[in-house]
Design a protein around this ligand. Structure first.
Ligand SMILES: [Zn+2]
Length: 133
């Protein structure tokens, strides 16, 4: 199913395709300092897709192990996606907060990727994250 949303100020649009209705997914609430500070919990499906634009309204941020890129609206500072690129393929996840005003999402589950090694992280993401298109 296709979903669309935007950042708080409306300058950045986010589109997501999930094979199942979005209400079926448990967003993963990351316990790293950055995600806690931004109140981030992530939605993705390995068979889904996400896109976000325009790129010139977005600032790429890196933190932690610097593998992933967090995409922040330059105007309202909302984080609209996280992505990483490996072997030429970019995968990513979108914050549940962008969708939970319009959709009744399941309770979040807590995850702790900071305990994983860089290799374990990218392996985990490649089985969880949606394709960025
Ligand atoms: Zn914005």
């Amino acid at each position: 199913m296709d979903y669309s949303t935007e950042c708080d100020c409306g300058k950045v649009k986010v589109l997501a395709f999930f094979p199942l209705p979005i209400e079926n997914y448990e967003a993963r609430e990351c316990d790293c300092d950055f995600c806690v500070a931004h109140g981030l919990a992530y939605l993705s499906d390995v068979n889904g897709t996400i896109s976000f634009y325009p790129k010139d309204s977005l600032t790429p941020l890196q933190q932690g192990s610097k593998q992933a890129t967090f995409w922040q609206c330059r105007f309202c500072r909302d984080i609209v996606a996280v992505s990483y690129t490996r072997n030429g393929e970019t995968r990513g996840a979108v914050p549940a907060a962008l969708f939970d005003k319009e959709h009744k999402l399941k309770p979040f589950i807590s995850v702790s990727p900071k305990k994983l090694s860089p290799t374990q992280k990218s392996e985990r993401w490649s089985t969880l994250w949606s394709k960025v298109i």
